[in-house]
Design a protein around this ligand. Structure first.
Ligand code: ZN
Length: 371
């Protein structure tokens, strides 16, 4: 598998697939379908979407078999077309480099080789979407359906540092506060104005008071704009807030609080837009899977798995929020997601394959929650 793996990774990385370029994401899907058929011996189902790229699904085992495990990945990347010309795929001392290699084309190969190695009768689904990097709007319903049909979800995103699994991910909310006051000449009759910028500044101060970094809760004003000319009381101002939370309860509480910013004060009217985008993936969703992973890693003679709580979001958040046991980081071992130096440790990444196979097989024989 060693050479095949690197060559297959080269093909996948060279099929550039920025989320914004639907045609390119579909072409990468064509290549993945062919590659996957060669590796697993079966073509995928290709599920079209009206408002985004298609998804690919490989399925082993009888469709209605209990104890199904979902392997989840995405083929879109954050890299624009042409990046491959600047940073061609290469292998250097056991590391593979190239745009999207770590996030997460190497993970897609872990999925395909695992599907090939696991018994045909073992109930496992491998779903590959094409819009994760832009929020999974087009694939979300499908992800939820497949997750709810599964006893557990293994997400094939790249691992945290040193190959650690991701046992918790923060939730994310985004808000836009629209402030509307009244314009007036700042010299002739400033008292007739209602200053939207001053109201916005008050809201900046109020919002940062919600910060509780010790609880993993951050509220960050990220962008702001106000005013039309240097000598006019501004009648409008716009403020963007980025909110990261560790628990669903915090996400709800902050949402309620930010919504109280709406309404009129001092002659300025405030409208709150936005809200929770991804729920947090709380640690409890990963605990049982993490101990199973440790069991199988020991049996395979692999290093005991480490795990990390991370700030970034992935489709693992969607699955965990449904209450389905979910563990992330089964894909590439390496580093540098969304960075020009992203790299994949080929040997350590290939070792994910027998681990995923053992987990899936073990879960089929001994489900997490008995009947
Ligand atoms: Zn990713």
């Amino acid at each position: 598998m060693a050479e095949d793996f690197a060559e297959a990774l080269r093909a996948l990385v060279e099929a550039e697939s920025p989320s914004a370029d639907l045609g390119a994401v579909e072409e990468c899907g064509d290549l993945l379908a062919d590659l996957g058929e060669r590796i697993t011996g079966a073509p995928p189902e290709r599920l079209a979407s009206e408002d985004g790229p298609s998804s690919l699904v490989w399925r082993n085992g009888p469709p209605d078999a209990p104890g199904r495990v979902l392997l989840l990945g995405h083929r879109d990347t954050v890299w624009p077309l042409g990046t491959i010309a600047e940073r061609p795929f290469r292998v250097d001392g056991g590391r593979a480099l190239g745009p999207g290699a770590f996030d997460m084309k190497a993970g897609l190969l872990v999925g395909l080789y695992a599907m090939a190695a696991v018994g045909r009768r073992v109930p496992v689904t491998f779903l590959v979407t094409g819009d994760e990097e832009v929020g999974s709007a087009a694939s979300r319903a499908l992800i939820e359906r497949e997750a709810l049909a599964a006893q557990a979800v293994l997400v094939l995103e790249g691992a945290a540092d040193g190959g650690a699994f991701k046992r918790a991910r923060k939730g994310w909310s985004i808000y836009t506060l629209q402030c509307r006051g009244r314009a007036a000449h700042a010299g002739l009759e400033p008292h007739k104005g209602r200053n939207a910028l001053v109201r916005m500044a008050e809201l900046v101060a109020e919002s940062v008071l919600l910060n509780a970094p010790e609880d993993g809760l951050t509220v960050t004003p990220t962008m702001a704009s106000a005013g039309r000319t240097v000598n006019t009381v501004p009648d409008r101002a716009e403020l963007h807030l980025d909110v990261r939370v560790g628990t669903a309860a915090d996400q709800q509480r902050v949402d309620t609080r930010i919504r109280t910013f709406a309404g009129a004060a001092g002659g300025v009217d405030v409208r709150v837009e936005g809200g929770p985008n991804r729920p947090p993936m709380e640690e409890s969703a990963a605990t049982a899977l993490l101990s199973r992973t440790a069991e199988h890693a020991a049996a395979l003679g692999l290093r005991p798995p480490e795990s990390a709580a991370v700030g970034g979001i992935s489709d693992a958040n969607i699955c965990a929020a449904l209450g389905v046991p979910t563990l992330d980081g089964f894909g590439a071992v390496g580093g540098g997601p969304h960075a020009a130096h992203e790299w994949v440790d080929l040997h350590a990444t290939r070792q994910r394959v027998p681990l995923v196979v053992a987990l899936v097989t073990g879960l089929a024989e001994r489900p997490l929650t008995g009947p």
